[in-house]
Design a binder for this molecule. Structure first.
Ligand code: SF4
Length: 145
């Protein structure tokens, strides 16, 4: 089974601050599934490192007040292309990210305040019927699939 996964969870240094953290379950995931790495923000044309950005009123605004909504939309669309190409039904995505977060994202004030909502890529994938698994849900996913 092919599963889409946020590249930063594989230890790829694609996060806004140039970091990435390998998840502890990586070996087990690789032994069971084919993981397809994606980074919607890079796929949308943003550089690494880049300014942190948060969602506010359906736009994505960086901490230095640049509107990067276009790049986030493009990144979500490119991510969907890969999901379709590889026939992925599941995506393991980094929690709380304005692209990859599912269920909870930061509120746009850069104060670490969480609100209900989805990142742009997670939202699009969900709309197309995919199931999103956050990194804290991987252990349960491995037990059940
Ligand atoms: Fe990770 Fe997603 Fe952010 Fe890329 S866009 S760094 S994959 S959380």
């Amino acid at each position: 089974m092919n599963i889409l996964i946020s590249a930063c969870l594989l230890g790829v240094n694609c996060r806004y601050d140039g970091s990435g953290t390998e998840i502890p379950e990586l070996k087990e995931l690789l032994s069971k599934y084919t993981l397809i790495p994606i980074c919607p923000e890079q796929l949308g044309g943003l550089s690494t490192p880049r300014s942190p950005a948060e969602i506010k009123e359906n736009k994505v605004i960086s901490i230095d007040l640049n509107d990067v909504t276009y790049e986030f939309i493009k990144g979500a669309e490119e991510t969907l292309k890969l999901a379709k190409l590889y026939n992925c039904k599941y995506a393991i995505l980094k929690e709380r990210s304005p692209s990859c977060g599912s269920g909870k994202v930061y509120d746009g004030t850069f104060s670490k305040t969480l609100v209900d909502g989805d990142g742009f890529a997670a939202k699009l994938l969900k709309e197309k019927g995919m199931e999103i698994i956050g990194e804290t849900e991987i252990a349960d996913f491995l037990k059940n699939y």
